[in-house]
Write a protein that binds this ligand. Structure first.
Ligand code: IPM
Ligand code: MN
Length: 371
């Protein structure tokens, strides 16, 4: 199979984690006789520095003309700490989502036996947790009218949704639920917000088209609590843009680290894969970031290409590193391996180079000495 992949490394740890995902994709290509071509483009703080804009037009063009986009991370503290900044890295990502019409962001939440000790919840609460968040990605408060008054003392962020925006993401979520445990939970704040009441109405109206799916509703404040006290109850969770942003970071705690979670954004053609974590600037360039969110995003990309066997092998490689304790600093702060070592091990696994009898001593040599 031949595929053209646009790579947007972005800011902070983006380049180093993306590099490992590509290393794994290359191992897959070699092992299964595929050809992946990569074209690199700019977005984020790095794009502002080099071109004056967070999202150059040529990046959008490249994404539209490729089979998939692999994205790293975005954000830089020099903008976070300056509320008056007119241009911000994040505007690049939001504009890209809008330009590519990536209206659904799919965030699978999985747990790993080897990481259970990192989750602050009791082990029995997170066993067999396996749900997926469908976050609406191109509407709501993120994209509504924004204004600060002239005197700088009041500000507004408008939240708007229309039927079509709700229906298209809800349809994907219903269809996904049909392939899983057939349960869909809409998370909203319909006791307070008009937009949430519209979500509830539209989603309820759609339910008869998916008679095998059980639909239920949770207010977002309650959902935030339920994710902690009873995460096993969820199968597919559907929600609007900002609630999805917040509850998916919360849900990442179940898997042990924010660094583990991948995502896929889909819409009217283009598809984009990215870890859900941010740019983690404190770690940038140190080879200590967790590359697994990016590597699992690459696995989602393989699934999207229909390469399910390949995707499963990558996931097996990830599980293998966790099982043997080849983990990054977010997972084990004292006994950790470099970002690049983990990428190398997973690509070696994909290439069949890991002997069944592992000689951990050989790998120990590649362990980090930074404490
Ligand atoms: C995410 C991020 C983005 C968002 C930021 C970087 C704009 O937090 O992808 O979850 O809020 O959507
Ligand atoms: Mn987020």
């Amino acid at each position: 199979m031949e595929k053209l992949i646009t790579v947007i490394e972005g800011d902070g740890i983006g380049p180093e984690v993306t590099k490992q995902a590509i290393r794994v994709l290359n191992a897959v290509a070699q092992q299964f006789n595929h050809h992946f071509e990569y074209k690199y483009h700019l977005m984020g703080a790095i794009a502002i520095d080099q071109t004056g804009t967070p999202l150059p037009d040529e990046t959008i063009e490249a994404c539209l003309n490729s089979d998939a986009v692999l994205f790293g991370a975005i954000g830089d503290p020099k903008y976070d700490n300056d509320p008056t900044a007119k241009v911000r890295p994040e505007q690049g990502l939001l504009k890209l989502r809008k330009s590519l019409q990536l209206f659904a962001n799919i965030r699978p939440i999985s747990t790993y036996a080897a990481l259970q000790h990192l989750c602050p919840l009791k082990a029995e609460r997170i066993q067999n947790v396996d749900f997926i968040i469908f976050r609406e990605l191109t509407g709501g408060i993120y994209f509504g009218k924004k204004e600060t008054s002239e005197d700088g003392n009041s500000a507004v962020d408008e939240c708007t949704y229309n039927r079509e925006e709700i229906e298209r993401v809800a349809k994907l979520a219903f269809q996904y639920a049909q392939k899983r445990k057939k349960k869909l939970t809409l998370v909203d704040k319909a006791n307070v917000l008009e937009t949430s009441r519209l979500w509830r109405k539209v989603v309820k109206e759609m339910a008869p088209q998916f008679p095998d799916v059980t639909l239920d509703f949770l207010f977002v404040d309650n959902a935030a609590m339920q994710i902690i006290i009873n995460p096993q109850q969820f199968d597919v969770v559907l929600t609007e843009n900002m609630f999805g942003d917040i509850i998916s970071d919360e849900a990442s705690v179940l898997s042990g680290s924010l660094g583990m979670l991948p995502s896929a954004s889909v819409g009217k053609g283009a598809v984009l894969f990215e870890p859900i974590h941010g740019s983690y600037p404190q770690a940038a360039g140190k080879d200590i970031a967790n590359p697994i969110g990016s590597i699992l995003s690459a696995a989602l990309m393989l699934d999207h290409f229909g390469l399910h066997e390949e995707a499963a092998l990558v996931r097996e490689g990830v599980e293998w590193t966790l099982k043997y304790g080849f983990v990054s600093k977010d997972i084990d702060p004292t006994n950790f391996y470099f970002t690049s070592t983990i990428g190398e091990l997973i690509s070696d696994f994909v290439s069949g180079k890991i002997p069944s009898e592992i000689h951990k001593d050989n790998i120990e040599l590649r362990k980090s000495t930074i404490i």
